[in-house]
Write a protein that binds this ligand. Structure first.
Ligand SMILES: Cc1cc2nc3c(=O)[nH]c(=O)nc-3n(C[C@H](O)[C@H](O)[C@H](O)COP(=O)(O)OP(=O)(O)OC[C@H]3O[C@@H](n4cnc5c(N)ncnc54)[C@H](O)[C@@H]3O)c2cc1C
Length: 502
């Protein structure tokens, strides 16, 4: 049996950042990935030679002096990443049907406030209060500010609800909607989404917003290289089917096909509920198991990836959030009549500087139940399977609807389309390994926040969790969660000191 110091199941960003940090500290690391491509949501794919991202369209906090920049600098990847800063005067454009105004969210708090005041000149107090609240909430999360602190610091803000808090700031209905206009970034649910989720994400994008040129998989490549350069391995086509506990500790994992891999420490980057399915042990309490099994996951999505005819459509250096109604919180609860409600639109030009886009990705909510008729079909690159004519027709119908909506904003868009492909909740399930294709994992709940915050520790002392289900999803949230997980082996104070010194 091969043995390592640390065996990590799953090569998503969480697994890779843990692997890289621990490898840099001399641990002999093994990362096991079930897919052909490492990276989980960082995976890219190409259609008609155009590269598309599966789960990273823009990243915040990457300017010198900002949190993610410092962590990536510490990891040694910051100077290697090819990034393009989104428009500073409007990285996100919020657009509503029946409203000709395009509401632009700008980078930098001064510019952000000035920009909003152009649309809402009488709302300065509300806008200032909103920004102050975001900064205050962010200050309660020590790691977000790359300082050691105590968990209790954040307790006072965990129960603030995004929808109710924003509504309490102003009577101006349009401003309320604009401030939450990109809430698909966290699958916002009016009754439950905590304001801290909104604040941590929004703050990072207001600070600075960046697109990965040539896709987010470059992050995978550089992190994997740190692991291998330090003597570790990142192995693909290795699906962990069992995590075995014996005598109070995990002793090994078993890979499909039967190989066993032993280790001193085990980290699971797989969804925590799925981790428990894999775990052979009676040490896990029933209450913990039932909590993880009953926590609600965020909704899944439909993604349309459009290949554009060469030189037909301009590259837009910002993102669009198109809303079909005046209620940005309604889309997540769509009905057949109101779907999609919200369409997020991301442009790519694969790094060329010719002013044209070569691809557009759209993202809309979709519940897993919509693709239930095909739920017993599986599709991963190594085992391409055709899910059937009915599925193809379903995808075409949905994609055409999305393109109709794009036409409202860009009337000539159809003439520019060369081809398109469609990802559904089944694609997310099969490529990322969540049971129902959930985009962001466990939904956080402002009415019961502690229940939805998951510790990296388990009852088994050498088995840890990492990834988007712990604290926060997204490139920033998952990186921070990986620091928390790694700190279980390295100590938080030491690790933060090293990160800040980098
Ligand atoms: C559509 C979409 C758009 C997004 N857009 C953005 C964005 O623009 N900006 C941003 O910051 N964030 C974005 N996110 C969120 C972000 O991409 C994720 O939160 C983050 O990448 C998740 O990382 P992770 O490590 O938790 O897990 P994942 O990326 O889910 O990785 C888990 C890995 O574990 C592997 N695995 C599962 N089971 C097993 C097993 N049994 N054995 C071996 N391997 C296994 C999976 O194959 C996968 O590679 C988006 C997410 C989605 C879905």
């Amino acid at each position: 049996m091969r043995t390592f110091d640390v065996v990590i199941t799953g090569s998503g960003l969480g697994g890779l950042v843990c692997g890289a940090i621990l490898a840099k500290h001399g641990f002999h690391v093994c990362v096991l990935e079930k897919n052909k491509q490492a990276g989980g949501c960082l995976q890219t794919f190409s259609r008609d030679k155009v590269l598309f991202d599966s789960g990273v369209h823009y990243i915040g906090g990457l300017e010198e002096g900002q949190n993610l920049h410092q962590v990536f600098k510490y990891l040694g990847i910051m100077d290697k990443l090819k990034l393009k800063r989104l428009d500073e005067d409007g990285f996100d454009h919020i657009i509503f049907d029946n409203d000709p105004v395009v509401y632009k969210l700008a980078q930098g708090y001064d510019r952000f406030i000035k920009g909003l005041l152009e649309y809402f000149p009488d709302e300065e107090a509300a806008i200032q209060q909103y920004c102050a609240a975001i900064k205050d909430v962010c200050s309660c999360f020590p790691l977000y500010n790359l300082r050691a602190g105590i968990a209790q610091e954040k307790e006072r803000v965990l129960t603030i609800n995004t929808y109710y808090f924003i509504n309490s700031l102003t009577e101006n209905k349009k401003l309320r909607q604009v401030l939450a206009g990109n809430n698909i970034l966290y699958a916002g649910v009016a009754e439950t989404t905590p304001f801290y989720v909104h604040a941590l994400i929004t703050n990072s994008y207001i600070e600075s917003s960046w697109r990965c040129v040539n896709g987010g998989s470059q992050i995978t490549k550089f992190l994997a290289r740190i692991i291998t350069n330090n003597g570790g391995v990142v192995e693909r086509h290795k699906e962990v089917v069992k995590i075995k506990e014996e005598g109070g500790v995990v002793t090994h994992v078993t890979i499909a096909g039967g190989e066993q891999i032993g280790g001193k420490h085990f980290i699971s980057n797989v969804h925590p509920a799925r981790t428990l399915d894999l775990l052979e042990s009676d040490m896990i309490r029933g209450a913990y198991r039932s909590r993880l099994n009953t926590l609600e996951n965020s909704v899944s999505a439909l993604m349309v990836n459009i290949v554009l005819k060469p030189d037909s459509f301009p590259y837009l250096n910002y993102n669009l959030y198109l809303h079909q109604s005046d209620d940005v919180w309604a889309a997540v609860k769509y009905t057949p009549d109101t779907w999609p409600g919200t369409v997020a639109v991301y442009f790519q030009n694969n790094g060329r500087d010719d002013g044209f886009a070569d691809g557009i990705s759209t993202l809309s909510y979709m519940r897993a139940e919509e693709v239930a008729p095909w739920a017993d079909t599986y599709n991963v690159v190594s085992q391409e399977s055709y899910r059937g004519d009915g599925y193809e027709a379903f995808k075409t119908e949905k994609a055409e609807k999305i393109i109709d909506i794009l036409e409202n904003t860009y009337p000539n868009i159809r003439e520019c389309i060369q081809s398109y492909s469609v990802g559904t909740p089944l694609s997310f399930r099969d490529y990322m390994g969540t049971a129902d294709g959930s985009m962001y994992g466990f939904l956080k709940d402002s009415s019961d926040p502690m229940r939805t915050l998951i510790s990296p520790r388990t009852r088994i002392p050498n088995l840890y969790l990492t990834g988007q289900n712990l604290n926060l999803h997204g490139i920033l949230g998952v990186t921070m969660s990986a620091i928390v997980t790694s700190s279980e082996l390295l100590g938080m104070e030491n690790l933060i000191t090293e990160i800040n010194k980098a």
